[in-house]
Design a protein around this ligand. Sequence first.
Ligand SMILES: [Zn+2]
Length: 79
Amino acid sequence: MSLFKRSNDIEVSLSPEFDREYEPGQTPARSGIYRCRGCGCEVVALGSQPFPAVSHPKHSLNQGAVRWRLAVAAQNEPH
Ligand SMILES: [Zn+2]
């Protein structure tokens, strides 16, 4: 689970990009923190580059394949 300290650093988004799942090796549309749907581990990925090859815990059969889903998106425009 991602952590944060100041609630005004983040806000809820209803963007469909948060529902999209990516396989290892794919390139995500947004930079941010992605969480594995199988085991819950997290990784930081850049929107312009394939997911980094991290040492990933081995999944059980129940956990299925590694699927990354956006948890926290980074924004590079000032607000
Ligand atoms: Zn996993």
